[in-house]
Structures are given as structure tokens and as C-alpha cells.
Design a protein around this ligand. Structure first.
Ligand SMILES: [Fe+2]
Length: 198
């Protein structure tokens, strides 16, 4: 009798329950609470399901990378957006993975183009901005804005910035599990269908 390996949703649920996700990384809330609040904001804003998932999963790279969120707070860029996005490609399509990949660049972009944006960031976010390359220059901003998921990444970024409220009512991970399961399943279905076509 073979034992089924744990599915995507179980692996992600375990990650939310892990010691790493209980870490605060310089913010007023734990990383798990932070990501759940970001997803709740996306849901309340009426975002499409993949973008709600992206908000929920945007910081998983702090736990999937060998260079951790703690290293980032000590001044080493852990490139968590890249690591997280790459890790998520095993289950999710670009509507989920690319806003995650671009959410750090979205901060660097918004700092460059939106007066007052930088002042609204948390102290930890301003600190990591310097580690992550600082505000974008003109050329880099133009290139960023032309990317297909740039607008989604900027929306995600604003929920990310707001999702740091201690004691705010925050849904449990289980609230979002069916949404994740649905996305994983429909992607698998799409991949299987395209496999039959070719
Ligand atoms: Fe975040």
C-alpha cells in the first residue's frame, strides 16, 4: 500500500503553522498573521482568486529559501520574492506566482513614482528597502511598469503594507484552504488537457 505524499494545501498549511511563520521579522504581527491579513484585505477588495492567493503566499520565500527572513533583517537580501515565486510554480500559474515575484520590486517602484508612499511604510520595510536596492531609477521604473503583472504586484504591495495591524480580526488559514485547493486543481486540469492536445 502506497502512502500519498502530502498535497500542496497541506504543505502550505504546515508552513503557516511552522516556527518560521511565528517569527515577527521586525513587524508588529507574526509572518503568518501578516500573510493572512494581506489575503483578507485582497478578499475584501474583491480581488480575483489568484490574486487573493498571491497575497496569502507572498512572503513564503522567507521560509523556502536557505537565506531566511532573519538573514534579511541582518542585512543580507534573501531575495524572498524570487525564491517564493519559484517554489510556488510547482502548483500555481503565473497569475499567482508573478505578483509574488514582483512584490519587492513593486515597493521599489512605488517609492520612485508615488510621493508619500515611502512615508507610509513600516520601519522594517524601509530598512529592507535599502537592502533590496532602494527606490528604482527612471529606466528601471519604466521597465517594471511594462511587465504583465506589475499592476497586480502593486495592488498586492498595498495590502502587504497594510497587513501589519496587531489584534485586527484575522481569518484562520483554513478560511483560504478551499480557494488554494481550487486553484491547484484547475491548474492541474489545464496542464493535463494541454498534455492531451500536443
Ligand atoms: Fe509582506
Amino acid at each position: 500500500m502506497s502512502i500519498e505524499p502530502p498535497g500542496a494545501v497541506q504543505i502550505i498549511a504546515d508552513m503557516f503553522a511552522s516556527d518560521g511563520a511565528a517569527d515577527y521579522l521586525g513587524e508588529a504581527v507574526s509572518q503568518a498573521t501578516h500573510m493572512l491579513q494581506a489575503a483578507a484585505l485582497a478578499e475584501r477588495a474583491g480581488a480575483a482568486r489568484p490574486l487573493i492567493a498571491a497575497a496569502l503566499l507572498h512572503d513564503v520565500g522567507h521560509f523556502t529559501s536557505t537565506v531566511s527572513g532573519r538573514d534579511l533583517m541582518r542585512g543580507t537580501d534573501n531575495r524572498h520574492s524570487e525564491h517564493g515565486a519559484n517554489w510556488l510554480t510547482q502548483w500555481f500559474g503565473p497569475e499567482v506566482t508573478e505578483p509574488v515575484r514582483l512584490h519587492v520590486d513593486a515597493k521599489r517602484y512605488l517609492c520612485a513614482v508615488e510621493p508619500g508612499y515611502l512615508q507610509r511604510l513600516s520601519a522594517a520595510s524601509v530598512y529592507t528597502l535599502s537592502v533590496q536596492g532602494g527606490p528604482m531609477g527612471g529606466q528601471e521604473s519604466a521597465e517594471f511598469a511594462a511587465k504583465p503583472f506589475a499592476a497586480d504586484a502593486c495592488q498586492l504591495r498595498r495590502w502587504d503594507d497594510e497587513a501589519k495591524v496587531p489584534d485586527a480580526p484575522t481569518p484562520e488559514f483554513e478560511h483560504f484552504a478551499p480557494l488554494l485547493a481550487g486553484l491547484v486543481q484547475s491548474r492541474r486540469g489545464r496542464l493535463e488537457n494541454s498534455g492531451h492536445d500536443h
